[in-house]
Design a binder for this molecule. Structure first.
Ligand SMILES: *Cc1c(COP(=O)(O)O)cnc(C)c1O
Length: 424
């Protein structure tokens, strides 16, 4: 694998961007080496600046469920841009996209489009505080909800302690209103509720966690969270930025049979263009300006290009058979399990539909603490072994791998053949 041009371009980028990148995980910090500069992508395959090709399992962190440069999306965006790229005024296609989302996720009775997942969660939290008149929130350790201050919080030690800032620049005053609970730990959650219920505006959670690697909720966990929050007038926010339209045509909330008060979306609903959305109960959304007193706005919100891409993706997904995608990912994960067993490498593969993580550990991964027992050095070796053979994995043990409808059974074979060479 020759990476001469990528290395040159990286050196040049370092002169302008902190770490040479515009989002941290791209810098390969967790796996070592220097990042590839990508020139183009088509379907499941990307090509770097040196002409190397890779089967992509990052897929823009899940946004590209139809693959790179999907012709339907390319046409929709090209057609849209010819009519102007932004007006700062309402357009009919925003309403069309909202209608499709609202039908697929009925709990989103009203919604608002923004330009990123971060904006969606940040706005949903502000709305929860405005609506309830309370300040505290609960998030779960290992869940990621974007980079807004109140959500960049680490768990303090011991039960029911206040969150400490997870980033420099986040004031202790802000992080102090964020309580952190271990994922899947109902007893801990009950204790937090018992102690802080009156002050809690909302609980925000990834209903399938995908940002500490994939971690599935235990049976009944989400129902208990719903019951307890409802009982105390605490709003439940489902962050479905990854899970929305990932497992079926709608939110994972429908599969789990749970109705959250608010839902956040992003990634897939923009087909690779910047978009986010938050929405939910109409009495709550009635508090958003201009109807209500919770302010939230955006120059490019509901951007015509992003909306056109989103419409193209959702209209295609509506006619797509998710069981094919599910089956293909299952085959891949079963194949990988066998390869690792053959090589005597202990791994745990957590999978939900076309989303999965290979944890280099022998013990089950059910929360952030157990995810952290996975061996990041082993993952880094796996990452580089795969990359040299033309398979692009996420450059961190704690990120999910994504398959798309554009991954063929040939791609699956390529991935399995490459993984088979590990340890030989
Ligand atoms: C990616 C992600 C976000 C943040 O979205 P951005 O568009 O990167 O701001 C929020 N929540 C979850 C669950 C995500 O996976």
């Amino acid at each position: 694998m020759k990476c001469v041009r990528s290395k040159q371009l990286y050196k040049e980028a370092l002169k302008y961007f902190p770490g040479g990148v515009n989002s941290p995980v791209r810098a390969f910090g967790a796996v070592g080496g220097t990042p590839l500069f990508i020139k183009k992508g088509l379907g499941a395959v990307i090509q770097d600046e040196d002409g190397n090709k890779y089967v992509d399992q990052v897929m823009s962190w899940g946004a590209l469920i139809l693959g790179h440069a999907n012709p339907v999306v390319v046409k929709a965006v090209s057609d849209a841009v010819r009519n102007g790229s932004s007006f700062g005024a309402p357009t009919s296609s925003e309403t069309e996209l909202a209608r499709i989302i609202g039908q697929a996720i009925p709990s989103m009775e009203r919604m608002r489009f923004v330009s990123s997942g971060t904006e969606a969660t940040m706005s949903a939290i502000r709305l929860s505080r405005g609506f309830t008149g309370r300040n505290k929130i609960i998030k779960f350790a290992g869940c990621y909800h974007g980079h807004c201050d109140s959500l960049l919080v680490k768990a303090g030690s011991g039960a029911a302690t206040q969150g400490i800032p997870g980033s420099a620049g986040v004031s202790a005053v802000i992080s102090g209103d964020t309580l952190v609970c271990p994922y899947n730990d109902l007893a801990y959650f009950r204790r937090l509720i018992a102690r802080f219920a009156k002050d809690l505006a909302c609980v925000i959670i990834e209903p399938v966690a995908a940002n500490m690697g994939v971690v599935l909720p235990r049976e009944d966990f989400m129902h208990e969270v719903r019951n307890l929050t409802a009982k105390h007038g605490i709003l439940l926010i489902f962050d479905e930025v990854i899970s929305g339209f990932r497992f079926h045509f709608g939110g994972v909330q429908t599969l789990q049979n749970i109705r959250p008060d608010l839902t956040c979306l992003g990634k897939i609903i923009g087909g690779g263009l910047p978009i986010g959305a938050y929405g939910g109960r109409k009495d709550i959304l009635a508090r958003v300006a201009p109807l209500g007193d919770v302010y939230q706005a955006g120059t490019l919100s509901g951007n015509p290009l992003a909306v056109a891409a989103g419409l193209a993706v959702l209209n295609t997904l509506k006619k797509s058979d998710y069981t094919i995608l599910d089956q293909r990912t299952l085959e891949l994960c079963q194949g990988l399990t066998e390869q690792f067993k053959h090589n005597k490498t202990p791994v745990v593969i957590n999978r939900a539909g076309s989303l999965f993580t290979i944890f280099f550990t022998a013990r089950p991964v059910t929360d952030f603490a157990s995810a952290c027992q996975a061996d990041p050095d082993r993952y880094a070796r796996f990452f580089w072994t795969m990359l040299r053979q033309g398979i692009n994995l996420p450059p961190s043990q704690f990120e999910a791998q994504f398959l798309s409808f554009s991954h063929t059974s040939r791609n699956i074979d390529q991935i399995l053949t490459s993984a088979g060479k590990l340890g030989k």
